[in-house]
Design a protein around this ligand. Structure first.
Ligand code: NAD
Length: 296
């Protein structure tokens, strides 16, 4: 049994922490939300009173927070993890954050003698609850190997993507591609329909031809062809357009700092931002079909 400090028990963290507790670890949970702490306690975690209380005995600390600024504050803040963690503790940050913050915090952790990896996930709230997440990890291989037994409890596919921050690179490059091919898929279905071809017929042809892609076959934005897709429940999320916009923005920020040309990523960001401006970003990201159809 390992003492694990878990910080950030929101939609994702709640399920992840619960799985670590279920596996027999002593999980000390901390969140700013009282409701989140109560839920964590019902799931077998021990609620902590403060960040210090959460991490001071922990061999491993997992963070699952909204954005880079929260991660920096929780690790580096005056009363943060760096100040209170045990010597030699291992840190796993599973939040999706900007590459620069991830690299900065890992480098600070290393300077202070801690082991740390960035380990963002895909698989959504369902994957977090079921323990079937995909983890994309960056950091020293030794730190990754130390983290692996815990990642194996929370996830199913675990990748070491290279040095610090490379997990975040994999995550935002993947999600930029997802955001782009979702829009392309909406455009193709809309064009076919406007020209007199129904969604099912177009799906049957394109899903076995060269237009085939994940947005089409697993998450079809046109209602009908894929039963489990959010398009069949009025685009209820799923993965919200707001979250896609967050990842698009992270990808564009990173593209700018790396000098990488991403013209489609840049344009896709403006389309998801238009969903936000229309107050529709609580819909699943495949709801961008409505924007393409001018149907808000
Ligand atoms: P969430 O907003 O539901 O949860 C974040 C939690 O962090 C909240 O409970 C909040 O109270 C807590 N928090 C914020 N600042 C804190 C602080 N200083 N100290 C302690 N707790 C603090 O978010 P989520 O959906 O669980 O997502 C978490 C991360 O996972 C994000 O980076 C997100 O991009 C990423 N992610 C989410 C999904 C998804 O489907 N929800 C999928 C993949 C990745």
């Amino acid at each position: 049994m390992t003492v694990i400090g878990f910080i950030g028990l929101g939609n994702m963290g709640a399920g992840m922490a619960a799985n670590l507790a279920k596996a027999g670890h002593d999980v000390r949970a901390f969140d700013l939300s009282e409701a989140a702490l109560i839920k964590a306690s019902e799931a077998g975690c021990r609620p902590a009173e403060s960040l210090a209380d959460c991490v001071n005995d922990a061999d491993v600390v997992v963070t699952m927070l909204p954005a880079g600024k929260h991660v920096r504050a929780v690790y580096e803040g005056g009363d943060g993890i760096f100040k209170h963690a045990k010597d030699g503790a291992l840190f796993i940050d599973s939040s999706t954050i900007d590459v620069d913050s991830a690299r900065h915090v890992i480098s600070e952790a290393t300077l202070k003698g801690f082991a740390m990896i960035d380990a963002p996930v895909s698989g959504g709230v369902g994957g977090a609850a079921a323990g079937t997440l995909t983890f994309m990890c960056g950091g020293e291989r030794g730190s990754f190997e130390k983290a692996r037994p815990y990642l194996d409890i929370m996830g199913q596919n675990i990748f070491h993507a290279g040095g610090a921050g490379n997990g975040q690179v994999a995550k935002i490059a993947n999600n930029m591609l997802l955001g782009i091919h979702m829009i392309g898929t909406c455009e193709a279905f809309n064009l076919a329909e406007k020209l007199g071809l129904d969604a099912q017929t177009f799906y049957d042809i394109s899903s076995t031809a060269s237009g085939q892609n994940w947005s089409m076959t697993s998450y079809c934005p046109a209602p009908g062809p894929v039963q489990s897709a959010p398009s069949n429940r009025d685009y209820q999320a799923g993965f919200t357009a707001a979250m896609m916009l967050k990842d698009m923005r992270l990808s564009q920020e990173a593209a700018k700092s790396a000098g990488a040309s991403t013209p489609l990523g840049a344009h896709s960001e403006t389309l998801y931002a238009a969903m936000e401006a229309a107050g529709q970003d609580g819909l699943d990201f495949s709801g961008i079909m409505r924007l393409i159809k001018d149907d808000f």
